[in-house]
Design a protein around this ligand. Structure first.
Ligand SMILES: [Zn+2]
Ligand SMILES: [Zn+2]
Length: 1007
């Protein structure tokens, strides 16, 4: 043990390097805590917002080691997919897929792998800095062959269950990334955008009429195949100023004609328009076929003209209608990069954004433009690159969900969700979600093991690398693969299992959520896929939590986890979001340097994960202050224990004082409550329980027992005080280990540990086996309340705590409690005696007031006179005596008055101050006699000498000589009268008190 006077150095990590090896050895073969880490994308350094999740995950793992479970400490890295590609493209200055192909897919893939390996290492170092315990050699990474082939197996099972669908459908598509977005990638990615909307006029063939159509995506006009109207609506044929032809628009939206309207010429039913043909809006050879007006009950009258332009190649609803009405083959206007295909003549090569002025110009020339205007709406964007999404008809692969929706819901119901609203969110998501689109037209990702045979149409799905080799036309090519990625794997052809024709792989890669979702199966030993817990941000409901659940239910019929714990977002102290990509990015090592890892971890652990967490200097400072409360208690303990060297570890306490028993009970309660909080995944409650417990230790137990450590020599009472404080602090140190491992390790090493073993090898504390019949927790709470009332009375009445008072009255029925803790209350409130009373007479004085109602009736206008007489009277005691005896009362100029004309009330007697709360009343006798005054002065003097001892940095055992010179008669008298006590308290062997002129002088020196 080392004497501590300085403040703890949070910038150092005191945990020994071999701690993990020792922890693993200790718990090997014990029941397992099967944790699964959601892999972090190895594509950027860890930032502040990662700290929260990392703290919680590390803490739950460490806690489980402390309770004797076997824990793997394996962490994951997500290492392929679009995120990585986007960053490598930026780095290489590549702008689109064409440029990637020119650069070389092999070189591009190697750059991607280089990047994720770099960031995997960087993040590992950052995690170590953050004191995350990890078996870093065994980290898993999702670009491994093992992970990839585990997904292959999953896809094969899907295929066997007939869940794999190859389909054309309209997908949200990012033209920049050149890939589709799945439904769960779209959630949340909408923002308000202003686009050009346009009204166009379709010329009805053989009529002087034009039908008005509205669209917010002008580029899709190039893919127009029909116009839909609602057969139920009424449409108006209108004469307008701008056109000699009649314009047709639905009745409810006639306002879109604005002041162009001259008059309504005729009203017709929607059904009357069905089947009419019109000329295409744009002069394109692609559109040289008969265009018809078709009926559709989905047409509304809210926006536009009540006639909708239908482009099945550019919208999901249009696609559905096109399928229904057999409009195939559909026009698909734009390529993967969002530019028009070459056979779109004057549009060829233009993007869906750049084409707008050209399209407007052509519409004008074709006399089909009515007008365009700005239109603001919520529009989806790509979650990776923020580009506006377009809708495109895409050939892809889906996993059908309808067939297992019920199984998914059932599995989700077996899971315990914290907070529980996440369970409801998952239910909602599972109820609403559509098919899972798993194919992406990209380069660096999971190669889908799909080999569609062009000859016989059979879809070959490969289950494993072994199967790939077995069925490869050239197995040596499989042996030569550096890893299972494009472009290498694209070289391999297999034999169709149906017709034996050679078959190539589709070029698609997989959705990155397959990569992370397979982790329960790719990273755990066979049969151990079910995690005890997973913990991630709440939005993972639709992402990782979902992908895992889906894959696990397909493979096993069961949920992959027993407990799912979610946490929220970190915002700064003003409530704004910290961004991981924006200018506010804060790297974890910078905050660790600024505050210390343990301070950060404690701040994170303190936050309620249900709510957004605010983070900033004040939050960190507050966490540090709370941690240092424990430090101060520890410094107190070591300061005295250095001198006495109590052998607490081998001590058997006997005859514990009630206050000691209280601390034992409180410690036991703390141990049980924190264990429960950990077990229920409520770390923020562990923090709250700890802060409160440390507060009770420092601000109550230590404060009221201080003298027991000061006194000379060894006795049972002193040892008991050491033992109780030691056990309480030792429990806190172990309980805090998962949250602040370095700080706890330091305290353990220096004071509370046994031998050389690190605190991570300790067992979670067990309740102390000390029996006591009564519940002292409630009793001491009452005592604390009495003390606090007494202190507030002193403060309100400006009576210094050093000034002894003669008496404290307490009116209460908890006589036993007060008696048991009388010495403590007396000491804390600095009173000579306590008296428990049952009535108020001791310190209250009775007085009479006029009962105006009764007295008014009799005395009429003399009532006020009576009131004044009572107020002035020095004979109140006589009046009260008469009142109490039921006799008439004689007052000044009045005839004797009956008692019923008065009311009896109580006021504090002079010399008393009173306060009450609930059913306890506390009264201080404030009379200060000369003796009390001198004693008060003597105590102030003791305090001054103690301060001087501290200034001179004396050891607590140093003996001193005190010289006091004073002209103050009272101080002189006090010093003389209380000299033995002063000397004892300040450890003086000699004390010289002399009268002298001038300022008071106190000198101390070593004896
Ligand atoms: Zn994008
Ligand atoms: Zn075939």
């Amino acid at each position: 043990m080392k004497k501590e006077t300085s403040v703890f150095d949070f910038s150092r990590n005191y945990e020994p390097a071999d701690v993990l090896t020792k922890v693993k050895a200790k718990n090997a073969g014990k029941p397992k805590f099967n944790f699964l880490d959601g892999p972090v994308t190895a594509n950027a350094p860890l930032c502040l917002h990662h700290g929260w999740g990392r703290t919680l995950k590390d803490a739950y793992n460490r806690y489980n080691s402390l309770i004797g479970k076997e824990v793997d400490y394996v962490w994951g890295f997500d290492a392929q997919g679009m995120w990585v590609e986007v960053e490598v493209e930026k780095l290489l200055g590549l702008n689109n897929k064409k440029e990637i192909t020119q650069y070389g897919v092999d070189k591009f893939t190697e750059k991607c792998i280089e990047r994720v390996n770099f960031f995997k290492n960087r993040q590992t170092e950052q995690s170590k800095l953050f004191e995350q315990l990890g078996d870093w050699e065994r980290s898993y990474i999702t670009n491994s062959d093992k992970n990839i082939t585990s997904i292959w197996h999953f896809l094969k099972v899907c295929h066997d269950k007939k869940m794999l669908k190859q389909s054309y459908k309209t997908m949200p598509w990012c033209p920049r990334c050149g890939t589709s977005l799945s439904e769960h990638e779209m959630s949340g990615s909408y923002k308000e955008r202003t686009h050009k909307a346009v009204f166009v006029k379709a010329k009805l063939v053989g009529r002087d009429e034009r039908i008005l159509v509205w669209t917010t995506t002008p580029w899709t006009l190039a893919a127009n195949m029909a116009i839909a109207i609602n057969p139920e609506f009424t449409y108006c044929k209108c004469q307008v100023k701008s056109d000699s032809n009649l314009l047709i628009v639905c009745e409810k939206q006639i306002k879109v004609l604005r002041d162009d309207l001259v008059k309504i010429v005729e009203k017709v039913k929607g059904t009357d328009l069905v089947g009419l043909t019109y000329e295409p809006f744009l002069p394109l050879r692609k559109q040289a076929f008969e265009h018809k007006i078709v009926p559709w009950d989905q047409v509304d009258e809210i926006d536009g003209s009540g006639a909708v332009h239908i482009a099945p190649g550019c919208g999901a609803e249009d696609f559905a209608l096109g399928m229904k009405l057999n409009m195939t083959p559909f026009i698909i206007p734009v390529a993967e990069n969002g530019t028009f295909y070459d056979d779109f003549e004057w549009l060829a090569g233009l993007s869906t954004v750049d084409c707008e002025p050209v399209i407007f110009e052509q519409l004008k020339q074709n006399q089909t433009l009515y007008y365009h205007h700005d239109y603001t709406h919520n529009y989806p964007f790509c979650w990776r690159c923020k580009t506006d999404v377009i809708f495109r008809l895409v050939a892809g692969y889906d996993i059908a969900t309808d067939g297992i929706r019920n199984d998914l819901l059932k599995a989700a119901d077996t899971v315990h969700w914290t907070p529980d609203f996440m369970g409801k969110s998952m239910r909602q998501w599972l109820t609403d979600m559509g098919d899972w689109n798993i194919s992406r037209r990209r380069f660096y990702g999971l190669p889908l093991p799909f080999y569609p045979c062009e000859k016989c149409g059979h879809l070959n799905v490969i289950d494993s690398k072994e199967e790939l080799r077995a069925r490869a036309i050239d197995p040596h090519k499989v042996d030569a693969l550096p890893h299972l990625h494009r472009p290498y794997i694209d070289e391999i052809q297999i034999t169709c299992e149906k017709c034996h024709a050679p078959v190539s792989r589709v070029t698609d890669v997989g959705d990155c959520w397959l990569d992370a979702g397979i982790a329960p199966f790719s990273t755990k030993p066979k049969g151990q896929f079910k995690a005890e817990m997973v913990l991630e941000m709440k939005e993972q409901i639709r992402l990782w939590f979902y992908a895992q659940l889906f894959m696990s239910v397909v493979l096993t019929g069961e949920a992959p986890y027993k407990n799912v714990v979610g946490y929220s977002t970190i915002v700064d102290e003003d409530g704004k979001k910290f961004s991981k990509t924006g200018p506010r990015k804060v790297y974890i090592e910078d905050v660790v340097k600024q505050y210390g890892a343990d301070v950060l971890r404690y701040a994170f652990a303190s936050a309620n994960p249900t709510l957004d967490m605010r983070f900033g200097d004040n939050i960190a400072e507050d966490a540090k202050r709370r941690l240092l409360a424990l430090w101060n208690a520890y410094v107190f303990y070591t300061t005295y224990a250095m001198v006495d060297k109590p052998d607490v570890k081998n001590y058997q306490p006997e005859n514990l004082a009630p206050i000691d028993l209280w601390l034992v009970q409180l410690t036991n309660q703390y141990i049980q409550a924190t264990r429960e909080a950990y077990d229920h995944f409520k770390i923020h409650q562990v923090v709250k329980l700890t802060d409160d417990f440390v507060e009770d230790i420092s601000n109550f137990y230590i404060r009221v027992n201080r003298r027991r450590y000061w006194k000379n020599g060894e006795d049972q009472d002193k040892m008991n005080a050491y033992w109780c404080l030691f056990q309480a602090l030792r429990s806190v140190v172990i309980v805090l280990t998962p949250l602040v491992p370095s700080y706890a390790q330091y305290l353990w090493e220096n004071c509370f540990g046994e031998g050389e073993e690190p605190v991570m090898l300790a067992n979670y504390p067990m309740p102390l086996k000390i029996k006591s019949k009564i519940n002292l927790l409630e009793a001491v709470n009452f005592v604390k309340q009495v003390i606090s009332l007494g202190l507030s009375l002193r403060a309100e009445n400006q009576i210094a705590i050093k000034q002894p008072l003669s008496k404290l009255y307490i009116k209460t029925d908890k006589v036993d409690t007060i008696t048991m803790f009388a010495a403590i209350i007396q000491d804390q409130l600095n009173v000579k005696r306590i008296e428990i009373v049952t009535d108020d007479e001791k310190f209250n004085v009775a007085y009479l007031t006029v009962n105006f109602k009764k007295a008014g009736a009799i005395l009429k206008n003399r009532v006020q006179e009576l009131k004044n007489a009572l107020q002035d009277s020095r004979q109140m005691a006589e009046y009260v005596a008469a009142y109490d005896a039921g006799e008439k009362i004689n007052i000044a100029n009045f005839n004797p008055l009956t008692p019923d004309l008065f009311e009896r009330k109580l006021a504090p007697r002079s010399g008393f101050v009173i306060t009450s709360v609930n059913d306890v009343t506390v009264v201080l006798d404030t009379q200060i006699t000369d003796d009390l005054m001198l004693e008060g002065i003597a105590r102030e003097l003791i305090r001054s000498i103690q301060l001087e001892r501290m200034n001179q940095k004396l050891n607590i055992t140093d003996r001193i000589v005190v010289d006091l010179k004073t002209a103050d008669k009272k101080l002189y008298a006090a010093a003389c009268a209380h000299q033995p006590r002063i000397m004892k308290e300040v450890l003086a062997t000699e004390m010289h008190v002399v009268e002298g002129k001038g300022e008071n002088e106190i000198h101390i020196r070593l004896a």
